[in-house]
Write a protein that binds this ligand. Structure first.
Ligand SMILES: *Cc1c(COP(=O)(O)O)cnc(C)c1O
Length: 389
């Protein structure tokens, strides 16, 4: 079976994990800080914090944004549920904004319109399929509303903004979040990252990652932390707020480091796969490729096409079954989050999101990943062409 996405491991990745098993710390050891430094440098941010998943990273981002009941958080419906679940975790209210049909990202014009009638506490733009959102426009809305900006860059490690800076540099946001789930650009098993340029946010993220406990004597506030001479007592630690165990392990950080060393290769190959689809599907009547404006900047986490299934006279389920019968696994990214039964409590009407609804009816994700063999991609193309003609 050819999946829609897949991680890629090489011998040095396996060796790096085995080395930690033989010599290292299993939970937080030196590889965590090394990985965080490497990521911060790669994306061009001052600080990075490694955590147990992208979802944990989103939750911590909402906590440092001080979101809670009564706060409204704007995001896109074209995403994985985790992008807005994090707002629900802290009791805030998610509000969806329709997408731009060209970028498939949150439409900054619709966002600005929402900001005129609603007081937004935070905005969570998602760089869908690896294409960065129009961050200067989103940042301008955030500035006017005083909203905190959390970039969900789970798809977009290595992608670049229009000005050439890398996603994660937080030039137009407070915090950026990445996922290291195996289907994403780099794999650490489970894993997530936050980047920021704000030192106070950084210190708080470190504390929240581990139960809200401060270990650094400079941060102690309680009596009993220091002895009569002002030296830290060796047994002392302080839980200063309610945190979590969202730590990444050294095993995962070691894998993250060897994976990061391969990222240029990974991105180049993904771009090639995408370019081949664009070439092969250029002349089809009922199939269109997407996000054409940013192919050289995207991280190409997903290869999404739009198919007019009604025009073609074949329902999407049948189209997917036909491909599956040839060993080709496709998917739909995404069911609009507001259509999820849990989200019914937020009183959302699909009719309020015409672009998202149209896109959802046409979306199909084709295989794209570093290890996709050229002949396997040609098989995908041949079968899709068969079905579209
Ligand atoms: C994968 C993903 C997440 C969640 O990341 P995990 O590491 O699986 O917790 C969040 N947002 C988006 C857009 C994702 O694709």
């Amino acid at each position: 079976m050819i999946p829609y996405g897949r991680h890629h491991l090489e011998e040095d990745d396996i060796q790096a994990v085995a080395d930690v098993l033989r010599h290292g710390d299993l939970t937080q050891g030196p590889k965590i800080a090394e990985f965080e430094r490497a990521i911060a440098q790669y994306v061009g941010a001052r600080f990075a914090v490694a955590v147990s998943s992208g979802t944990a990273a989103l939750h911590l981002a909402c906590l440092v944004a001080e979101l809670g009941p009564g706060d409204v958080v704007a995001s896109t419906p074209n995403t994985f549920v985790a992008s807005t679940n994090c707002a629900c975790y802290v009791g805030a209210t998610p509000r969806f904004v329709d997408i731009d049909p060209e970028t498939l990202n949150l439409d900054p014009v619709a966002l600005a319109r929402l900001a005129e009638t609603e007081s937004l506490s935070a905005i969570i733009p998602v760089h869908f399929a690896g294409l960065p959102c129009d961050m200067p426009a989103i940042h301008a809305v955030a500035r006017r509303s005083g909203a905190f900006v959390i970039e969900d860059a789970s798809h977009a490690l290595g992608a670049r903004h229009e000005d050439g800076t890398r996603v994660g540099s937080c030039r137009w946001s407070d915090v950026t979040v990445f996922s290291l789930h195996p289907v994403k650009i780099l794999a650490t098993g489970e894993g997530g990252l936050l980047t920021t340029n704000d030192e106070a946010l950084y210190r708080r993220l470190l504390r929240l990652r581990s139960h809200g406990i401060a270990k650094n004597p400079e941060d102690f506030v309680a009596a009993g932390g220091l002895d009569a001479e002002g030296r830290p007592n060796p047994w002392h630690y302080e839980m200063q707020e309610l945190g979590f165990n969202y730590r990444m392990t050294d095993l995962q950080a070691a894998l993250g480091l060897t994976q990061l060393a391969k990222i240029d290769r990974f991105l180049t190959r993904r771009r090639q796969v995408r370019a081949r689809y664009d070439e092969a599907f250029a002349d089809l009547r009922f199939l269109r490729t997407t996000q054409k404006g940013g192919v050289d900047r995207s991280a190409h986490h997903l290869a999404v096409v739009r198919i007019d299934f009604a025009g073609l006279g074949m329902p999407r389920a049948k189209f997917m079954q036909e491909l599956a019968s040839h060993g080709i696994h496709t998917q739909v990214h995404y069911i609009p989050v507001y259509r999820q039964p849990y989200y019914a409590r937020f009183d959302v009407r699909p009719a309020a999101f015409p672009e998202m609804e149209r896109y959802f009816s046409e979306a199909l994700t084709l295989p794209i990943y570093y290890g996709l063999a050229a002949e396997d991609q040609e098989l995908v193309i041949a079968r899709v062409l068969d079905l579209c003609r």
